[in-house]
Design a binder for this molecule. Structure first.
Ligand code: SF4
Length: 280
């Protein structure tokens, strides 16, 4: 397949919809989203429906994943007012389900766990009925940070393994086993929190390697799974190796469900937080 040219199933007709309300709110409350920072292809759809994934702890990442568009410059000091502003946005948008994530902050002793906790607390106080999903970094496997975020009792904790272990050189600073251990620790620390992970396809992995990742995730108690097509944010990023056909996404979804995942979203445009409210 010629990877210079996207196949027809990836030529999404973008309806810009009404994104103005969302963009105005984000500007007014000085909030970042991964939707904007990662150049997510679903941004028109999500923003016009009042959905966004909030990026706390600034927009600069301390790691150098070669597939990711989040900025890799020096991180800024933690903004202790940010949780209150996120909570205000959640309340004003009347979100029934919210996803909170952050860049990796290896510069902070707790990896930013305390700001995740403060954000959960602020949202719970302002919008008690909202389901809260935290998409966390690996906190370098620091157990006290994992204990803190699980003790805050979000409804879902997500941590993406992103790709198969053979390709982890593109996740600089990450470790496949450590990511699995993070998911295991979250499931062990608070058994009624559901855990979730995500993989991107088209990076050079084989189908068998992907299925082994699914088995590994089930081994550590992972309940939810997202499977999407990797799209390089620019020519400077890790190049797409393959465009995966929709039929294979569907086949992988069915195989993952057979392995025991409770809910699986799988398709070319699926992202970790895409249709996040559907996972049940
Ligand atoms: S799929 Fe997730 S990251 Fe992408 S625009 Fe929607 S909410 Fe944002």
């Amino acid at each position: 397949m010629n990877i210079q040219r996207k196949p027809e199933w990836l030529r999404k007709k973008v309806n810009p919809g009404d994104q103005g309300k969302m963009r105005q709110l984000l500007g007014e409350l000085r909030l970042n989203t991964v939707c904007q920072q990662a150049l997510c292809p679903n941004i028109s759809e999500c923003f016009s429906c009042g959905q966004a994934t909030f990026l706390i702890l600034g927009k600069n990442c301390t790691r150098l994943c070669s597939f990711c568009n989040v900025e890799k410059t020096a991180p800024l000091p933690v903004d202790s007012d940010e949780p209150a502003r996120v909570a205000e946005a959640v309340a004003r948008l009347k979100l029934s389900h919210v996803v909170i994530t952050s860049p990796t902050r290896d510069d902070l002793p707790d990896g930013g766990a305390s700001l995740y906790v403060a954000t959960v607390t602020a949202i719970r106080n302002a919008s008690p009925a909202t389901r809260i999903e935290l998409l966390i970094p690996d906190f370098q496997g620091v157990v006290s940070s994992l204990k803190a975020v699980t003790a805050a009792r979000p409804d879902i904790i997500a941590h993406n393994v992103e790709t198969v272990p053979r390709l982890y050189q593109i996740r600089s600073g990450a470790d496949y086993r450590r990511s699995l251990d993070v998911l295991q620790a979250c499931a062990d620390l608070v058994p009624d929190i559901r855990t979730k992970s995500g993989v991107m396809l088209g990076m050079g992995e084989t189908e068998e390697e992907v299925l082994q990742v699914f088995r590994d995730l089930r081994e550590v108690g992972c309940a939810y799974l997202s499977i999407g097509q990797y799209l390089a944010p620019s020519r400077r990023h890790y190049p797409v190796q393959e465009y995966i056909r929709p039929e294979l996404f569907e086949s992988l979804r069915l195989q993952a469900l057979e392995m025991g995942f409770s809910h699986v979203e799988s398709g070319p445009y699926v992202r970790s937080s895409y249709h996040a409210g559907k996972y049940a």
